[in-house]
Design a protein around this ligand. Structure first.
Ligand SMILES: N[C@@H](CCC(=O)N[C@@H](CS)C(=O)NCC(=O)O)C(=O)O
Length: 228
């Protein structure tokens, strides 16, 4: 059994999708980051950077419980645990890993800052908005070129790189980031293919009704945007 420490944000969705795609048994442990639950000691013992997602695998290596934070590390842990979504060929492994790291190091942080400065910051700072929206659009362009003529991001089967990237580019995120998806037809086609997967739909539905960052309150700003 895996305990899944989660809130329905793009980084959380990545692992909700993974647990569904891998067909693993899990229990959702909601961590309401809008109420500051990510700063509680019990959660910090599992995820010291006060971020979701995190997991505790009660059937870890040698049968002992093992906790993992950082979505990229969780993906790799689940691949190695199950042998699923992990190609045997070292070249393919390297390709999957590079696109997973690309998501974790670029798409997540840049899109996240774009959403913060466009959507949530009280003060609309033009420089920051231009900087992060510019990066977001550049990354959309890069993925659009990569996806031309490919079904999935790594060029082969659907992989953890697709699971990691999709939740950052769905309709809600496009709106937050000010993206005209018509300008990125290959991304649009790939998004549509991701959306058709039943496990992606199930993963995106976990606690979906709680996804209300919408209009942040003062309490939310303190808890989530680190304004304490
Ligand atoms: N690099 C981390 C990023 C995780 C992350 O930023 N999670 C956000 C939600 S999308 C969070 O928990 N934020 C809580 C906070 O900022 O206090 C990962 O990929 O797991």
């Amino acid at each position: 059994m895996i305990d899944f420490y989660y809130w329905p944000t793009p980084n959380g969705h990545k692992i909700a999708i993974a647990l569904e795609e891998f067909g693993l048994e899990y229990r959702v442990k909601p961590i309401n980051i809008l109420k500051g639950e990510q700063h509680e000691a019990a959660f910090l013992a599992i995820s010291p950077n006060n971020r979701v997602p995190a997991i505790v695998d009660h059937d870890g290596p040698d049968g002992k419980p093992h906790s993992v934070f950082e979505s990229g590390a969780i993906f790799l842990y689940l691949c190695r645990k199950t042998g699923q979504f992990w190609p045997a060929d070292p070249v393919q492994q390297s390709i999957v890993t590079q696109w997973l790291f690309f998501q974790c190091a670029n798409v997540g942080p840049m899109f996240g800052q774009c959403g913060h400065f466009r959507g949530y910051a009280d003060e609309k700072i033009e420089y920051a908005i231009n900087r992060y929206q510019g990066e977001t659009k550049r990354l959309y362009g890069l993925l659009d070129r990569e996806l031309a003529g490919k079904n999935w991001i790594t060029g082969g089967d659907f992989t953890i790189a697709d699971m990691a990237t999709y939740p950052w580019m769905d309709n809600r995120q496009q709106e937050l980031h000010g993206i005209d998806i018509g300008a990125f037809p290959h991304v649009a086609r790939w998004l549509h293919d991701c959306e058709k997967r039943p496990a992606v739909q199930r993963g995106m539905a976990v606690l979906a009704e709680d996804m209300k960052v919408g209009n942040p309150t003062e309490e939310t700003k303190k808890a989530f945007f680190n304004r304490a």
